[in-house]
Design a protein around this ligand. Structure first.
Ligand SMILES: Cc1cc2nc3c(=O)[nH]c(=O)nc-3n(C[C@H](O)[C@H](O)[C@H](O)COP(=O)(O)OP(=O)(O)OC[C@H]3O[C@@H](n4cnc5c(N)ncnc54)[C@H](O)[C@@H]3O)c2cc1C
Ligand code: FES
Length: 333
């Protein structure tokens, strides 16, 4: 089969030129050259593999348009797992070369410490790993319940550095992991965990920050905020969390947020629900609150939640003067 040059540009400035078989996906071609690009679903449904096409053409296979809106595709964004190489091209990846070179470690066992219902449709899952797991706040692990042949991804909601991981899981009817959690998981259950993954992690930058979360999209921000709260030098930077949920009964982790604010009084937390508001909670969408903020154009915005929420947040932040290319997003339902 004919090969064509594929250039991979990493965020640390590293460049790799490889010969790719025409018709293979960018991920598969990189894999054949010994590079492991970040992926999760591998079929255009999650957005984990989003990158930017700098030159050349890629043939996109089928994907969820909520994950890659047409405006982003037109601006050069591609999903590398379903993008087939037809000719010479260059693709920019939002992470360092070292991430793509690292061989994935074998999975480790985790032991369920507790499973607790914390809100409508949401469970808190605590897992002990035996040894402290090193991760960047905002990253996720893949987990596989006993006897299952598929993995599911969940973001850590606690700060790194201890042998316990906290997750918040939204239950979906008939879902593999959801059903295991509600029907079988209990203290002492053992499941498999991948090593930490993902490029949606806290950037240590001297600039204001805005976190926008929908539902369990709050989980990675709890990890980021816990890490920031522990470092008083970070408290001088303006930091705001906007949290949205369907109703007041769907809000969770409010005691954790109150504890963070007690340690870090400058942290601003604004809540919004679509119906049945609770105290100190606005009616509507969290993303509606963006336009009420007096945003510094240098603000780094992080968005995590269902794809329509992420898109609404990006549009509102762009109207407020922030650059789309500077926005960090993680989408999951
Ligand atoms: C990077 C990343 C981080 C994430 N972090 C979190 C997090 O912190 N918290 C969180 O709650 N979620 C998170 N998610 C989402 C999570 O990975 C799962 O997608 C979600 O929990 C659903 O998993 P499940 O196994 O319960 O459902 P699934 O088995 O994936 O099912 C989802 C839906 O599809 C339906 N379905 C399944 N199989 C079929 C079929 N064959 N035919 C028809 N319908 C079918 C199910 O009935 C269900 O309604 C994250 C996702 C990603 C990509
Ligand atoms: S890995 Fe999920 S869209 Fe590519």
């Amino acid at each position: 089969m004919q090969t064509v040059p594929l250039t991979l540009l990493f965020s640390d400035g590293a460049v790799r030129r490889i010969h790719a078989r025409q018709g293979t996906s960018v991920v598969a071609a990189a894999n054949e050259a010994g590079l492991h690009l970040l992926t999760d679903c591998s079929n255009g449904q999650c957005g984990t593999c989003t990158a930017t096409l700098v030159s050349g053409d890629l043939e996109l296979g089928s994907y969820d348009r909520a994950i890659l809106p047409d405006a982003d595709r037109d601006a050069g964004s591609v999903l590398t797992c379903i993008s087939r190489i037809e000719g010479p091209c260059a693709v920019e990846l939002p992470y360092d070369l070292s991430e793509a070179c690292a061989e994935e470690s074998p999975p480790v066992n985790g032991t369920v410490a507790s499973v607790t219902r914390v809100a409508d449709e949401t469970l808190r899952l605590e897992i002990h790993t035996g040894a402290a797991l090193d991760f960047e706040p905002g990253q996720y692990v893949r987990m596989r319940p006993p006897g299952a042949d598929q993995w599911r991804s969940y973001s850590m909601a606690n700060a790194p550095g201890c042998d316990r991981l906290v997750f918040y899981v939204r239950l979906v009817d008939g879902g593999l992991f959801s059903s295991w959690l509600t029907d079988s998981a209990q203290a002492g259950s053992v499941l498999e965990l991948s090593e930490p993954r993902g490029s949606f992690f806290l950037r240590r930058e001297a600039r204001p920050r805005l976190f926008v979360a929908g539902g369990t999209g709050l989980a990675p921000f709890l990890s980021m905020l816990a890490a920031l709260a522990a470092d008083e030098r970070q408290h001088t930077l303006s930091t705001t969390l906007l949290l949205g949920a369907r109703t007041g009964r769907h809000l969770f982790a409010l005691p954790e947020l109150a504890a963070l604010r007690a340690r870090w009084p400058g942290l601003a937390v604004l809540l919004a629900v679509e119906a049945d508001p609770v105290e100190n909670c606005r009616a509507g969408y969290a993303t509606d609150l963006i336009r009420s903020l007096d945003l510094d154009p240098a603000t780094r915005i992080y968005l995590c939640g269902p794809p329509p929420m992420v898109e609404a947040g990006r549009a509102a932040a762009q109207s407020a003067g922030l650059r789309r290319s500077e926005m960090l997003c993680e989408r999951f339902n």
